[in-house]
Design a protein around this ligand. Structure first.
Ligand SMILES: Cc1cc2nc3c(=O)[nH]c(=O)nc-3n(C[C@H](O)[C@H](O)[C@H](O)COP(=O)(O)OP(=O)(O)OC[C@H]3O[C@@H](n4cnc5c(N)ncnc54)[C@H](O)[C@@H]3O)c2cc1C
Length: 236
């Protein structure tokens, strides 16, 4: 489907949200992703398509994606083109897909774990919960490299969701939790019952290693729901 770029907003120094107007209503469930095609001159060998989570809620007018810029020297031609897109420019968006969505049973206890830009599906889900006045038993754990990378706090507040934020390399002014996401930290947040679902989203190596450690700590396969973002380093 054709989507028209409207505007973008800075979330943090190298992180932006891009707002698109779809040519017809987009049907998706909060937490899903799509493939985005951005035609541009001289694409590199990584091409003109990328998967991005829809970071907006289905209740909102615009469809958004939120992503990180790796700098002029490291960025793909796709990211360079995206970060210089002009209002009115067209992109193509595939149908939304993916199972990283809320379970049907509203009483299921949920632990949400985001590493860096992996916060995007939770932003969509929390925005949807806030807009529909639905509440779920959620604990949110959010790991970032430094505190300048913390984004989406207004949405956590709107959803009345306290986030436990863990900063890997904080400044001396940071008064919150320090360290890295780990199975120990996740299980220390709330000991999961047999019905608890643990949703983990972020760079592929981070999600894989947490999956392995959570399984080793006794979490059952069906209790783990992962969203794996390739092409980001393990340290989110
Ligand atoms: C289901 C799903 C959902 C996703 N959702 C999001 C999302 O919401 N937000 C988001 O930002 N990303 C998301 N991603 C990841 C996204 O598709 C891109 O892979 C990611 O943004 C990196 O973009 P890029 O490849 O253009 O690299 P860039 O961002 O331009 O570069 C990132 C880094 O990757 C290095 N790199 C990695 N692979 C290569 C390679 N093959 N060649 C050269 N350099 C390389 C670069 O040196 C650079 O440091 C998602 C992926 C999936 C599968």
């Amino acid at each position: 489907m054709k989507v028209i770029f409207d505007h973008s907003e800075s979330e943090a120094e190298h992180i932006r949200t891009f707002y698109f107007k779809p040519e017809k209503p987009v049907h998706f469930t909060a937490g899903q992703f799509a493939e985005w095609t951005l035609k541009h001159d001289n694409p590199d060998n990584r091409g003109i398509r990328r998967w991005f989570t829809i970071s907006s809620s289905p209740t909102q007018e615009f469809v958004t994606i939120t992503t990180k810029y790796a700098g002029d020297d490291k960025s793909s031609s796709f990211k360079k083109a995206l970060f210089s897109v002009e209002p009115g420019q067209e992109l193509q968006m595939s149908d939304a897909m993916g199972d990283f969505v809320l379970p049907k049973l509203v009483q299921t206890s949920l632990i949400f774990v985001a590493g860096g830009i992996g916060i995007t599906p939770f932003h969509s889900i929390l925005g949807w919960l806030a807009d529909t006045n639905e509440t779920r038993p959620i604990r949110l754990l959010y790991g970032v490299h430094n505190e300048d990378e913390i984004i989406f706090q207004p949405t956590f507040e709107r959803a009345k969701q306290h986030a436990t934020i863990v900063v890997k390399e904080p400044s001396s002014a940071w008064g919150g939790q320090r360290g890295q996401l780990s199975a120990e930290l996740i299980l220390g947040l709330e000991q999961p019952s047999e019905d608890t679902l643990v949703y983990v989203s972020g760079p592929e190596p981070m999600v894989e290693s947490l999956q392995k450690d959570l399984r080793a700590a006794g979490l059952k396969n069906h209790q783990f729901v992962g969203d794996f973002f390739p092409n980001y380093s393990a340290s989110y």
